[in-house]
Design a protein around this ligand. Sequence first.
Ligand code: C2E
Ligand code: MG
Ligand code: MG
Ligand code: MG
Length: 294
Amino acid sequence: HQKNLGRGSFTLFETALANDIQARKEIEQDLRRALHNQQELSVNYQPQFNIQTSELTGVEALVRWKNQRTDQWVSPADFIPIAEQSGLIYLLDKWVLTTAATQIHKWHHMGFGHIVLASNLSTVHFRGDTLTTMINDVIKTTSINPASLELEITEGLFLEEQSHATDQLDLLRSQGIRVAVDDFGTGYSNLGYLNNLPVDSLKIDRSFIDNFDKNNYYRSIVNFIIELGNNLGLDIIAEGIETQNQLDALVDLKCSHGQGYFLARPQPAEVIEKLLIDTVSPMEPPAFAEDPIA
Ligand code: C2E
Ligand code: MG
Ligand code: MG
Ligand code: MG
């Protein structure tokens, strides 16, 4: 029924836009404060499993933010894009990596030495030249074994500045750091990059897992990604497993790894530590423990 987009509607649109810009500015200011005082941010850990053996193989670090000013939890989906646009992502990802690597190092020394830390890394980092320095700083300050670190990067990386990104990935991987393609299948499906194998694992996006046990189209895609990965020697991690049916079907399709609410939710470190103690057999501390010779 709205025929004339008169002056009133235009003003309404302008107001909405102004409100949106204002809201983003506020999130940016609040996030800057949070990164400075470091009391509003925390990290939750979501277990990853080898679904063929049920073994817990790693945890994904997921940032959590309770905005002190509004007293509300803010979803990463709402503040990560703003962090990327404002440049705060450099501080944020380094803070998450340092916090999580410190935690994982502690768990390694409690005897859970095989647990891999998966951490999300914005593709923004690959535009500059500071990424490898940042990662090496984290490794140095936390003493984490580089082979226990898996960086999750979205497919978008393989669209922009391809050779620069590949050079940086090669450098990181030459140190033993693992690279996973997050949300695999939702990007632009430029499968050409996999030919050079600059990655170690593919994470099948949750949107495919959501309906694949009922829908033949999604099942074909999931099956294709698993076969591709298995043929290329890559780990395949199914994201967002929410039901027993989905898990069973993925095991049948020879998917190696899985993650999702049905297996375990993202939880604070204390809760994960209890889970490790209760369910994972401790092993000898790893060989990279501090040298005892004095
Ligand atoms: P992601 O890396 O794909 O992480 C998986 C997201 O799915 C997480 O949401 C997780 O809580 C959620 N999830 C896990 N299992 C299930 C499930 O079974 N069902 C459903 N419905 N959801 C599930 P979260 O924590 O809100 O994070 C959203 C996105 O924000 C992440 O997607 C990642 O892209 C980004 N992100 C989170 N933490 C960081 C970070 O420290 N740095 C950067 N750069 N990005 C981050
Ligand atoms: Mg991820
Ligand atoms: Mg994902
Ligand atoms: Mg994502």
